[in-house]
Design a binder for this molecule. Sequence first.
Ligand code: AMP
Ligand code: MN
Ligand code: MN
Ligand code: MN
Length: 290
Amino acid sequence: MGAMDVHYDLHSHSIASDGTLSPDELVRKAHGQGVRVLALTDHDTTAGLEQAQQAAVATGLTLVPGVEVSVTWERRTVHIVGLHVDPADATLQAGLAGLREFRKWRAEEIGRRLAKAGVPDALAGASRHAKGSIIGRTHFAHYLVEIGRAASVRDVFKRFLVQDKPGHVAGKWASLEEAVRWIRSAGGQAVIAHPARYRLTATKLRKLMDEFMACGGEGMEVVTGSHSRDECAAMAAHVRRQGLWASCGSDYHGPENPWIDLGKLPPLPADCRPIWDSPGWPSPVAAATH
Ligand code: AMP
Ligand code: MN
Ligand code: MN
Ligand code: MN
């Protein structure tokens, strides 16, 4: 395989957060589907990285240790991916532990609100789907689908878990500055995840990018599983103008979402600078011949 063929996927989830595969299964599946450099970026935890790294060594895939940090910015939830983070960093771990504390309280609150809306035992059901890791809204969604209260995970979000719906609880996550600081403390690069998902005006997105870069943020996802072709082109123009490094990642959560698969991402537009060309990344040839 030539250097140009290396398939990078720099955003994915395992059972350590709201994905459904174990880190081991995720790495093997990614490798089998042609991914050569994979970042595991679970929400607010690095618990899956050790197992993922063992599987990566066994299969010959290059694992980028990562995390996806939940952020509240101007009363919205925004996600910041950290790439090449050292999971042993105490500042990062203290920050993530605080977010998981909020998650625990939020899960209880979602459970109480759903009970009032006529859905009993949702916390217990969601906990079962979380299998001992962090509890996210996705786990509540899996439970409501399981008990027949909704047809799909998407349907649960729309009817129960978003703004103005009975199970919605406002996020109180990290500040943008904290998220970038924790990631940089752990030696990582901070990347704005799936920017088109936030439905920001161009002016507001520029404000987000400006503040992010002022904190030391370096990259933004251009190609992701949730961006349309037009959105990829628009985000490519934004990273070019701002001088951000471009990233790409599937945001894979497991085989239950067949519309997002591993190894299927289109290439980054030719006119943006891939983050793997930034200082500190291993050469693509080394990654390809691993
Ligand atoms: P949380 O961090 O617990 O608030 O949950 C956010 C996660 O829920 C995202 O990372 C997605 O995996 C998932 N999610 C958010 N919105 C939707 C949606 N409309 N349909 C399906 N999954 C969603
Ligand atoms: Mn998720
Ligand atoms: Mn996200
Ligand atoms: Mn994600």
